[in-house]
Write a protein that binds this ligand. Structure first.
Ligand code: ZN
Length: 631
């Protein structure tokens, strides 16, 4: 490994990228606050005694290692950490983060590949020593994505050198090129899950034959194995003009869009529907959503309208699955974050308008799966030894934590995302990074600034150099926009609002305004002015039928409503009743339970939380940055 750092002792992170100020805001959903919690989680799960490797599982029952973080998921955390710092301005644990980032960068070889190295028996969880160094394919894409974020975040040219080198390495050594397409093989030398599709440095691939369907590779998904790589290659081309990146992205996209990988449900399609042309799919949620986003990135840089439509169809197909209405799409805390990323990207690129979806996702499942301080306080109530451990968990071989370590684990959980529906006992290095990235995608997407005009797509608390938003939703139908440097604003009003009830006030005076579709415009604005938008709050009940119970996507799904019979008709047993105030789910009935009927914490505290219609206020330090990260 090489010495890649010029200034060895100087922290890597930029010193200051924005302004801090103290103020009082409505105590409503605040993504910047959640970003601070996310940083608490990540910096608390870096283990100094194990070369700054992150724990895989963090919970009162265990803080334990596994191969996944180092091979693929810890680079996801590295990417998320840059995003969370941009959102919150938090400096918590920055020295530790710095050491972790250096360690990850040092895993990149002269050949550009991100390797898991031998450790002379010190880390058995990283797999057989004789097979190391090995390279996980998803891990290459995740590291590339992290480096692209850190290149922008720090401006350090080293990240560009490393990323360019990785692209050359993958193109020359790892990928298999065919006529006009390319693929990453799935046949490696090791047997076990997460190792079986790894490339071994000394041996290469065991089997380079072309995958014939989507259901191969780690976690039974070719798309999970390598799909996202085409996206970061496209993004890297857009950022730096690297032509190899664009060429390889095109080869991969032509492979991933082959009809054999789509509409592969054995039950077939409706008559007159060509599902493979419309990105119908069945299978690994994460793999498909990330591959759709990768195809979109490529479609954007090549301006390919056919591919853009393919991705739009694939997204609209995805949002018909399970309870996508609230972003509850799989058992893990990361599924919704990935969906938010795709929906924001499609909307921003003009391929569709999914801001209403994003509002529903981020107010509900996109934040519900994050462990907040009050959920941790709930877990701390289990003081009788063994009581907490009796709550469900999927691996009963894992030993419970005790004493100080248990306290440490409970603190470290704050900001992490649950890895199963239960929300009880564990967060993982898979779900926490992607759940937290979901917060960033919504935060970044909700506000667009260009030449004195700001478009606001989501009515959430938010600080920025151009204006600050104080949101009173869902307690009151009100947002206050504090102008700093914007002459004109367009504010998207959610679909549930009765447009006739909307009123706009400037400096407490009701003013005339225009509608542009779903957007309200206010103009001729000056610094320090306030614009208040007021409308009637509304509650509604929605009933959704429970889809057929499906346990193929992993742990947890089978537990939800396991007692209910499945039928096409809505019966009390198989219907979910959702009570919304605005787009915030305030009551869910029945609540998810485990097989034995035991309640989970999921959505359990909502009704109590939103009992009041009067907003509370809180003192905060707001952080505002003009920094833009292209993701
Ligand atoms: Zn996950």
């Amino acid at each position: 490994m090489m010495n890649i750092f010029n200034e060895k002792d100087k922290p890597f992170s930029p010193e200051r990228i924005g302004e801090y100020y103290n103020t009082v805001v409505p105590d409503t959903l605040d993504l910047a606050e959640r970003a601070e919690w996310g940083l608490n989680h990540f910096t608390s799960t870096i283990d100094e005694t194990n070369d700054y490797e992150m724990y895989w599982l963090t919970g009162p029952i265990s803080m334990s290692f596994k191969s996944c973080p180092l091979m693929a998921c810890q680079p996801k955390a590295m990417e998320a950490m840059a995003m969370l710092r941009i959102m919150s301005g938090s400096r918590e644990g920055i020295e530790l983060e710095d050491k972790m980032v250096r360690m990850l960068a040092s895993c990149i070889g002269d050949d550009g590949i991100y390797w898991v190295m031998p450790t002379q028996g010190k880390k058995p969880w990283l797999g057989p020593e004789e097979m190391r160094p090995y390279a996980n394919i998803l891990g290459q894409g995740r590291m590339m994505s992290a480096m692209a974020a850190w290149y922008q975040y720090t401006g350090n040219q080293m990240w560009k050198e490393l990323t360019d080198r990785m692209i050359e390495g993958l193109d020359k050594i790892v990928v298999v090129h065919k006529d006009n397409y390319a693929y990453f093989p799935i046949g490696g030398y090791m047997e076990e899950e997460y190792f079986k599709s790894c490339y071994i440095k000394d041996k290469g691939w065991k089997d380079t034959s072309e995958p014939m369907n989507e259901k191969g590779g780690e976690e039974g998904s070719l798309f999970n194995h390598s799909g996202m790589i085409a996206g970061i290659l496209s993004n890297w081309y857009a950022l730096t003009g690297n032509k190899t990146a664009l060429r390889l992205a095109g080869e991969l996209v032509r492979f991933f869009t082959k009809p054999k990988f789509w509409a592969d449900y054995p039950g077939g399609e409706y008559p007159w529907v060509s599902g493979a042309d419309h990105a119908h799919w069945d299978g690994h949620w994460h793999g498909h959503i990330n591959t759709l986003r990768a195809i979109l990135e490529y479609a954007v840089v090549t301006n390919d309208p056919r591919l853009k439509q393919f991705v739009r169809d694939g997204y609209e197909w995805a949002r018909q699955k399970k309870f996508a209405r609230i972003g509850l799409v799989d058992s893990q805390g990361c599924g919704c974050g990935r969906l938010i990323g795709l929906a924001v990207k499609l909307s921003r690129e003009g391929v569709g308008d999914y801001w209403e979806d994003v509002d529903l996702y981020i107010r509900n499942h996109g934040t519900e799966m994050q462990f907040t301080p009050d959920v941790i306080d709930e877990l701390k109530k289990y003081t009788v030894p063994g009581e907490l451990e009796k709550l469900r968990f999927y691996d009963h071989h894992i030993q419970p934590e005790h004493g100080k370590r248990k306290e440490k684990a409970l603190h470290a959980m704050i900001g992490g995302f649950g890895s199963n529906y239960g929300m009880t006992l564990a967060v993982t290095c898979c779900c926490s990074p992607h759940g937290n990235m979901g917060l960033f995608y919504a935060w970044d997407g909700m506000l667009e600034h260009n030449d004195g005009t700001v478009r606001i797509h989501l009515l959430l608390n938010r600080a920025s150099p151009w204006l600050d938003i104080d949101s009173f939703l869902p307690f009151e139908g009100k947002v206050i926009i504090r102008i700093k440097d914007a002459a004109e604003i367009f504010v998207r009003i959610p679909l549930w609002v009765d447009k006739k009830s909307v009123e706009v006030r400037k400096e407490n005076q009701t003013v005339h305004f225009e509608w542009f579709g779903q957007y309200v415009r206010a103009k001729e604005l000056k610094p320090t002015e306030t614009v208040e938008i007021i409308f009637d709050m509304a509650e509604r009940i929605e009933k959704w039928g429970h889809p057929e119970i499906d346990n193929r996507d992993g742990i947890g799904w089978i537990f939800l409503l396991a007692n209910g019979p499945v039928s096409k008709e809505q019966t009390p047993e198989n219907t979910l009743t959702m009570r919304f105030r605005g787009n915030t789910l305030v009551e869910l009935s029945p609540l998810p339970t485990y097989m034995d009927g035991q309640k989970t914490l999921l959505y359990a505290k909502r009704l109590e939380k939103y009992k009041s219609h009067t907003v509370k206020y809180k003192k905060v330090t707001r952080f505002s940055t003009p920094f833009k990260l292209k993701w």
